[in-house]
Design a protein around this ligand. Sequence first.
Ligand code: C2O
Ligand code: CU
Ligand code: CU
Length: 495
Amino acid sequence: MRLRRVLVVLLAAVLVLCGLCAGAGVWVWSGAVLSTADEVDFVRPLAVPPLAPSRLDAQGRRVFELTARAGTHDFGHGQTPTWGYGGSYLGPTLRAARGEQVVVDVANTLGEATTLHWHGMHLPAAMDGGPYQGIEPGTTWSPTWRIDQPAATLWYHPHPHGRTAQHVYRGLAGMFLVDDPATDVAALPHEYGVDDFPVIVQDKKFDGDGGLDDAESFLSGTGLLGDTVAVNGTVGPYLEVSTRRVRLRLLNASNARSYDFGFTDGRTFALVGSDGGLLPQRVDLARVMLSPGERAEIVVTVAPGERAVLRSYPQALGTSLVDRFTGGADTLDILQLRVSGDAAARPEVPQRLVDVPRLDPAGAAQRRTFKLGERSINGKGMAATRVDAAPVLGTTEVWQVVNNDGTPHNFHVHDVQFQVASVGGQAPPPWLAGWKDTVYLPPNRPYELVMRFTDYADPNTAYMFHCHLLSHEDSGMMGQFVVLPPATTPGAGSG
Ligand code: C2O
Ligand code: CU
Ligand code: CU
């Protein structure tokens, strides 16, 4: 009898525990999906980063100044400690034209070393701002280079090894617009802050004191996923639009989250540009997906007096059941457009945009394979003393990259803009027809990237290639390459 009672009590205890576990399981499972659809109050005017002032020095170089500093910022959680360039969060928009020699004086007034990397820029490795061009506290770094690439929406952010996620999350990032009459289209909206706007999208979360919470989810290896979206640092943003067509330069400057942008009424928009410049043709889409680091330029047609809401929709990251722990199942309201009743006309976006000369994969001097998985590339973590690839100046290469571990990754290459030659053996979709420097990699689908190494050889200074999910990059999912002068034997001069 006694034994039986003990057994009954034990069984009851087991059942209660199982119930708790199942309950917790359901809670974790459903709690992993976030939706702010129709729940965001769009009550703050969208901050538009100012254009950075510049001066011409005695040698005719365009000189900018950026000062990394600490401050506080209002995300609707009181005064949140943040970092920024000049101001307290993010930085001004740098803008320069092809052919100009630029200098950026980057001063560091933070309490620790940082670096500043020009994401998407074609420049010498020593100016690239990678992990080796550290800017110690109290010092100024002044990289200089000649802008020589098509008109594009690039950006800048720190790249200190192991610390990039924190530095970007605290607010160190900004846009860099390259102008080039030869590869721009006059019919596109192009007045900054009037019909042409930066849209820097980041997700944040806050601790009880209103500070930025940078804890990563223990449920997925994706990294930090926030529950609050800030656009150009503004939470709950609306944008007053005074023209019937508006160009949005979307930048995913989030640590780990990917977005699938679209409008809540399902309207289509014209995708006109990708990371490295305008596309050969406009692509009419209802959604555009951006993983961390990627940009898209879209032109949206709006009606006088209307309100339109940009939202991020659940997306197929390719990671199936895990998608809900990667942010892939989330719905997030991003930005409201408020169109004035007397919005001015703007021209129709032309069908054909710019010539994008195709790089021929058949002409590749070298093919390389990079397998991303387990926070490493080809099984190796980032090592300062190892050079993983040494392309020769003036040659074209094909890099086949593949995500091998079933969690979200993307692939970014410094110095060059590449073209996607194939996706899983097929021709790429039209939205990948232009220049890219970062591309999302769904699991187990090989992407062939064609790139050409021009202008700058330096056997002693490396560029990086890496996953742009910042905690992956920080934990070593990164490799290095040097561009060798033509006469050098590959492999020599590295170390
Ligand atoms: Cu935007 Cu190496 O990074
Ligand atoms: Cu970069
Ligand atoms: Cu990754």
